[in-house]
Write a protein that binds this ligand. Sequence first.
Ligand code: HEC
Length: 133
Amino acid sequence: MRYMILFPMLALAACVDPETPTGAEDFATYCSACHGRTGKGDGGVAATLPQRPADLTRLTAGNGGVFPATRVMAKIWGYTGVRPGELNGASPMPEFGSLLQGDLVPYDGGDGIATPTPARLVQLAEFLRTLQD
Ligand code: HEC
């Protein structure tokens, strides 16, 4: 009788907690086609876009030497998908919020407050941090 109760619970645990991809894996899957394998903005489809994908190796350099983690995560999630003044406000970059949902981890974006943030989003930002020149 015990096993009959335990077994479905194990199956559920396997569904709820799948192997979460690493930041590098998510980048290769979702980002490199546009931003390029090394993040320089030279991916395979970059030339076909109406706007050049950002050079993701220059984020820290372009932000006074500080990696703009919060801005980067907001952009990936889709909060700041629209940039006024560029292409009438539209960006060719899709939002990834719905794809990156899953386990939450506490993340302090610099204001001392740890906010529950999707682990895959944090991992992606941390991967981008490793690409900085
Ligand atoms: C369809 C092509 C495309 C895909 C796929 C794409 N991007 Fe972008 N991305 C762009 C373009 C074009 C821009 C520049 C325009 C803009 O900022 O919206 C950009 C801008 C950005 C910026 C803003 C840089 C800054 O200066 O603030 C970040 C960060 C970024 N992308 C990260 C990512 C990540 C991470 C992924 C994968 C999860 C991704 N992008 C997927 C095309 C793409």
